[in-house]
Design a protein around this ligand. Structure first.
Ligand code: ZN
Length: 262
């Protein structure tokens, strides 16, 4: 599963309390994803005929509606990713519901689709989030870390049980490559990982997943992976994966449906 979290500036800014949506530098760091990274990635996927899932916060959809339409027109899946990249564990149920419904309505108005997949911003959910997702008709979540196969949450919903498709920090570009001075990311500002070493890690992880027939989920951010050199390295990783004739590239919703039937 190739997944791209098109967070845009929502990772860096907070338009609720501080008005920092107007912070030009923070905005531009995040905006690189929708402006440059995502179109570059869309071209790369189109050249290879590969499907992907793009998790997009509502605020980013509002700012870049044409891009979201492009993603849908290219045949990719849009997943839910909050409105302003909210952490869900510190929101009561009614606020979680309001965030989800606001973004769904905005996505539907913009691109004519509703998300059936949910990736919790920062991977933080509340205990009552899975049942809420099932209640709202979501097919799957891709928020947890605890397995390398999909699994069922065991909650009944209108679309059937909610499926989890776990992702992992070691297959996430953010932990490897993100850098910002203010606010400092990472705290202490002590690294941007080497591109070759990171992709060597990802290739070795793929080989392990392939050996056991597992669900390999790349969790990438266009503002991070969409840089020219890193996209080239991603192409090489996809070359490596593509040399195996028993690999299935699928969207999150396809994986969830397959797992539900299995
Ligand atoms: Zn995110």
């Amino acid at each position: 599963m190739l997944s791209f979290d098109v967070d845009g500036p929502t990772l860096w800014l907070d338009d609720r309390a501080t008005g920092r949506w107007s912070d030009a530098r923070g905005f531009s760091i995040g905006a690189y994803g929708p402006w440059r990274g995502t179109p570059r990635i869309l071209d790369m996927l189109q050249d290879r005929g590969l499907p992907a899932t793009f998790f997009v916060p509502g605020k980013t959809i509002e700012q870049w509606p044409a891009l979201v339409k492009d993603v849908v027109a290219s045949g990719h899946e849009i997943g839910h990713h909050g409105w302003m990249h909210e952490t869900f564990f510190d929101h009561p149920l009614r606020e979680q519901r309001a965030i989800i419904e606001r973004s769904q309505e905005f996505l539907e108005r913009t691109a004519g689709v509703r998300a059936v997949g949910f990736r919790s911003p920062s991977g933080d959910i509340a205990a009552d989030t899975p049942a809420l997702l099932a209640d709202l008709g979501f097919s799957y979540s891709s928020s947890m870390r605890g397995d390398d196969r999909p699994y069922s949450w065991g909650v009944a919903g209108s679309a059937g049980d909610l499926i989890e498709i776990p992702a992992h920090w070691e297959l996430d570009d953010y932990q490897q490559f993100v850098y910002n001075e203010s606010p400092p990311e990472p705290r202490g500002l002590d690294r941007i990982a080497g591109t070759a070493a990171t992709f060597d890690n990802w290739r070795r992880e793929f080989d392990g997943y392939h050996r056991w027939g597992l669900c390999y989920v790349l969790m990438l951010h266009p503002q991070v992976i969409g840089k020219p050199g890193r996209v080239r390295a991603l192409e090489r990783l996809l070359d490596h994966i593509g040399r195996h004739d028993d690999v299935w590239f699928a969207t999150g919703s396809e994986i969830a449906e397959w797992w539900r039937r299995a």
